[in-house]
Each structure stands twice: as C-alpha cells, then as structure tokens.
Design a protein around this ligand. Structure first.
Ligand code: 3PG
Ligand code: MG
Length: 439
C-alpha cells in the first residue's frame, strides 16, 4: 500500500498568506540595480532559442522596470550543468534573443553571474538598460541554497524581484536565500501565475472540473489527492487512467499500467466519493496493438478492450460526453493529455476537448487554466493556447502547486514581505486579470 498524502482540506492547501507578497508595481526603481530572477530554462537548438514563450512572458516586467529607470539585472538557470560550465547551457543565446525581442532597450550579457565580470557589466549599465548574467547553475552554491552565494548575488543589486514562478519549487540561492537579503518583490508574471492558479484551485467559480492526464499515477499521487478534495468533477486521462480502470475491475489488455498503484487508485476513488468529487470515466477507448504512427487502430467500449490491444486514447463517445459535461461547469483546470498525443492519431480526443474548452472560453462561458509541458504543447498544436483564460509557463512547479505544496520561492517572498516595514499589499488592480502579465 502506498501512503496517501493528506490534503489540508478545503481552503487549506496553498493557504500561504499571499497578502504579504509585495508586488513590484509602484516601487521607485529609478537608478536602482534590480535583480530579476526569471526562468530562462528554455530549449536551445543549434545555439538558438527554440521556444521564446518564457522570454516573452517576462518581457512586461523587464520592460516596465527599464521604463522606470532601473538597471535591470536578469538572473536565471538553464539546464542542469551541476556547477560546471558547459557550452550548451550558456545563457548567451538567450541574451541575444532578448535583445531581438526588446526593441529600444539595450541588453548586455555578462559571462559570469557573480564576481568581477558581473560587477563590471552591471557598473557600466545606464538606467533603463538590461544585463543578462550567465547561468547561475555554473556555481554549486545555487542549487545548495548557499547563503554565501546568495550574498554574492545580493551584492550585485539593491532590490530583488522573483518573476520565476516556474522555478520557484526549487529552494535555490537565487530563489529562496536571496529573498532574505534584499527588499523582495514579485514580478508581474509571478503575480499572474499565483493569481490564476490560486483562483482555479482554491476559489474557482463552481462547478469546477479538473482534467488530469499523464503516464503515471505514482508521480501524481499528491496532485490527484488534492484535486479530489477540491474539484467537483475529475477526468482522469493518459496512461494513469489505465491503472484506475484496472482498479475498477476493467480489463485493459496490454496497456501500460502501474499494478503496484492499483491500491492507491482505489484510495483516491474512495476519497473522491467522500468529498463529493465525481470522477468521469471514458465510455469508449481507442486501442491498437502497438504504439506506433500509422498503426491500425479501432474504437471499443470501455469494457471490451481486446486482450492483445493497448489503450491509447479516449474514444469519440467519451469525447462527446466530456463536451456535454463541459457545458455545465464554470471552471476547468487542465494538466496532462488524455491520450498518447505525440503519436497520431492518438491525440484526437485531447485536441477535440481543447477546441471545446477554447470555444466555451471565447464565448465567456468558462474560465480555463492549463499548465505543464505536454499540455501546453498540445494546446499549441491545436492552436488554442491563446483562447484559454490562462496558460502557465510552469511544468514541475505547476504540478507541485496542484499537489498543494508551498513553493519555496513563493514562501520566501511572503516571508520577506511579512518582515518588511513598508509592506506593499497585493494590488487587486494588478492581479485582477491573470492575463495582466501577458502582452
Ligand atoms: C523548469 O524548467 O521546469 C524549471 O526551470 C525547473 O528546472 P529544473 O527542473 O532543472 O530545476
Ligand atoms: Mg523541469
């Protein structure tokens, strides 16, 4: 038996007092060196940034600070170089891309994130200019949350801004330790993320439906446990649905399954029942003998999976039923695809559902919040990401948030605000629209 985490109850999870988080909105930054921690952990292909989403999403914060006369010093990690300089993890191409994206604002690059090289570049900055420092993870102290490394970083600035929600599940020096050393604020993207995710998870307009997919129950126990305690309706998709179907006594042929987690799936179903969360099961499934593009596939009823076939997607009746259900909910929180989306045609159910969520959102009938790498890729592939109410930049951090964890980077901001004399309260005008940070 796998121990289930205990959710802190309705209203309890993520019950961190975010009212202590200070926003950077309205702070006098003229002539000040503002350290902005961002998440530029982006894919680099042939020395070029292959996806600029995380860059464009922090532009509003950086541009706003520059416009108000700050000397903006951008901090990030890239990849997992583990304290060693490796050519493929340099932030130099990211700085070049930032310069392309920021018209009229000079973007410099420092080949180190602390010491003389960093100081030299920052000292040469004029108000309104930006410097991107080299990968923080070239220093072992970063991942160790080392206070001395945090001090070395803090010495480079007058003010600290965390705009890296998607990295804030890491208790690292540039995310946690540093927040105790400088006046600390949340950036616009951070505010957008914690507002959109907080509202969808904690104070959604009800009924609220969560769609949770992904391969493994084992990696999502906290998420599923927290969701059944909070949602009105839960759709379980992806490979992990197989483990639940097996737990319900349904034969799943040769499908991927985690037999050791059948007990966990039963516990999650029992908890769902207790807290009045209805889990919606597929009516039909798309099956094939193997997971391969171009393979023969067919649709079968949920209780008629052939013994030599594997489940690879929800079937058309299931999609129709999910669309019908969408018509009666007000909020959707989505993490994880329903099928094996990377292999056509097993993304069809996910894409169809994505289109319906997008349509209802466009018509003002639904608030839709999505996050996680695979999910965002699916929405982009279906060309509907822009129609969702909010799409998170976070992968791991999104999952931890859904699981009810307090993210160390966010906790550090709240702690720093709680002890500050001149507390900037959460500004409702800034956070009212979760899209505020996206332009
Ligand atoms: C991410 O890309 O999800 C974050 O930046 C965290 O990166 P990490 O998993 O390497 O810590
Ligand atoms: Mg990651």
């Amino acid at each position: 038996m796998n121990e289930l985490p205990s959710p802190s109850g309705k209203g309890g999870t993520n019950s961190l007092d975010l009212s202590h988080v200070r926003t950077i909105d309205g702070v006098d930054v003229q002539g000040k060196r503002v350290l902005v921690r961002v998440d530029f952990n982006v894919p680099i292909e042939n020395g070029v940034v292959a996806d600029t989403t995380r860059l464009t999403r922090v532009l509003p914060t950086i541009a706003m600070l520059a416009r108000h006369g700050a000397k903006v010093v951008v901090l990030s990690h890239l990849g997992r170089p583990k304290g060693v300089r490796t050519p493929d993890t340099s932030l130099r191409p990211v700085a070049a891309k930032m310069q392309e994206l920021m018209t009229g604002i000079a973007v410099r690059f420092a080949a180190a994130s602390s010491g003389d090289e960093a100081k030299r570049v920052i000292e040469a900055l004029k108000p309104g200019e930006v410097a991107v420092l080299e990968n923080l993870r070239y220093h072992k102290g970063e991942e160790k949350n080392d206070r001395d490394f945090a001090k070395a970083l803090a010495a480079l600035g007058d003010i600290y801004v965390n705009d890296a929600f998607s990295s804030s599940h890491r208790a690292h020096a540039s995310l946690e330790a540093i927040a105790d050393l400088l006046p600390s604020y949340a950036g616009l993207l951070m505010m957008a993320e914690i507002t959109a995710l907080g509202e969808a998870l904690e104070q959604p307009e009800r009924p609220v439906m969560a769609i949770a997919g992904g391969a493994k129950v084992s990696t999502k126990i906290e998420v599923l446990t927290n969701l059944v305690a909070r949602m009105d309706v839960l759709v379980v998709g992806g490979g992990m649905a197989n483990t639940f179907l097996l737990a319900k006594g349904i034969k799943i042929g040769t499908s991927f399954v985690e037999r050791n987690f059948v007990g966990t799936a039963k516990d999650i179903m029992a908890r769902a029942k207790q807290s009045g969360c209805e889990i919606v099961w597929p009516l039909d499934l798309v099956v094939a003998n193997e997971l391969k593009a171009g393979v023969d596939w067919r649709v079968c009823a949920v209780n008629e999976v052939p013994s030599d076939a594997m489940v690879l997607d929800f079937g058309p009746k299931s999609v129709t039923e999910l669309k019908r259900r969408l018509g009666s909910v007000k909020t959707v929180l989505w993490n994880g695809p329903l099928g094996a989306i990377e292999t056509p045609p097993f993304g069809e159910a996910t894409f169809a559902l994505a289109h319906e969520v997008a349509r209802l959102t466009r018509e003002g009938k639904l608030v839709s919040v999505a996050g996680g790498g695979d999910t965002v890729r699916a929405l982009n592939e279906a060309h509907v990401a822009d129609d969702f109410s909010y799409v998170s930049t976070a992968g791991g951090a999104f999952l931890e948030w859904l699981g009810g964890a307090h993210l160390p980077g966010v906790v550090a901001l709240a702690r720093s605000g709680a002890h500050a004399s001149n507390v900037f309260r959460l500004s409702p005008t800034l956070v009212i629209s979760a899209k505020a940070g996206i332009q």
